[in-house]
Design a protein around this ligand. Structure first.
Ligand code: SF4
Length: 262
């Protein structure tokens, strides 16, 4: 049985409880009980400790950044973007993994399946984040990590995995009202299950057309396309592949963004 410091609560949330020493489990239970009493006395929340999810929510407010990162698998830092991002493996894209074999599609020759994305440490981090989506503390840990940032980009690699995943992203956006979020997606079947008015106001979901030189779709109000005629609106190829002052992708007044084929 491994040794764990009494005041290190992270293994409680991340490890299999059968592997934890009995004295450690008793001490954690005592700590959560004391939190419960404090919450009651301050009338913060009535009976909020019934679910593990709720226990985590209470504890997450006290967690260190590195502990939060362990829950979500860490954020990514694309050099192009003005803020951090979150990425999962492109191989897990439901639609993209089919489009990658379609000639002329935007996923043919997908950048997120090549280059540094194939390094073992990068692959390991992407898979860690994919697994972390199931963690009961994922939403609250993401909120704490994203809060300090003005802009957040979802999925510089990967895509929405399910309606539950999208709804959890909505909760993260609702918990970070001072952050602007942008998520591109090709998952029409998932997106068609929500209404544009249900999307948190600080989130823009852009539906990406599947084929190069295809126009924007009509079923969703915010879109993106890829063009080869040099008439694209994204200026990043003119500025060292960086967004710099441009925030067009986060702007709901701009209905479609077109990117150059890279
Ligand atoms: S349109 Fe602007 S914000 Fe969007 S990727 Fe290009 S440079 Fe960045």
């Amino acid at each position: 049985m491994k040794r764990i410091k009494k005041n290190d609560l992270l293994p409680w949330f991340t490890d299999d409880h059968r592997t934890l020493p009995a004295s450690y489990k008793r001490s954690c239970e005592k700590f959560f009980k004391s939190l419960k009493q404090q919450a009651k006395s301050r009338k913060l929340q009535a009976s909020s400790f019934k679910l593990d999810k709720e226990r985590i929510k209470d504890y997450i407010g006290y967690m260190l950044k590195k502990e939060l990162q362990k829950i979500v698998g860490g954020l990514s830092k694309p050099s192009k973007m003005p803020g951090p991002a979150y990425n999962i493996p492109a191989a897990a894209c439901i639609t993209g993994s089919k489009l990658v074999n379609v000639k002329g599609s935007v996923c043919e020759g997908c950048y997120a399946l090549k280059g540094r994305y194939r390094f073992p440490n990068v692959k390991e981090a992407l898979n860690r984040r994919l697994k972390a989506l199931q963690h009961p503390g994922w939403v609250d840990a993401m909120i704490q990590l994203i809060k300090p940032h003005k802009e957040f980009r979802w999925h510089d690699s990967g895509d929405i995995q399910s309606l539950d995943h999208l709804k959890n992203i909505f909760k993260v956006c609702e918990g970070t009202p001072d952050t602007s979020h942008w998520i591109p997606t090709r998952e029409a079947q998932i997106l068609k299950q929500v209404k544009p008015e249900d999307v948190p106001k600080n989130l823009i979901i852009r539906f990406s057309s599947h084929m190069i030189n295809q126009g924007p779709v009509s079923f969703w109000p915010w879109t993106s396309t890829v063009k080869t005629d040099g008439q694209h609106s994204c200026p990043s190829d003119q500025q060292n592949n960086e967004c710099r002052d441009c925030r067009a992708c986060w702007n709901r007044d701009i209905k479609n963004i077109s990117y150059g084929k890279h």
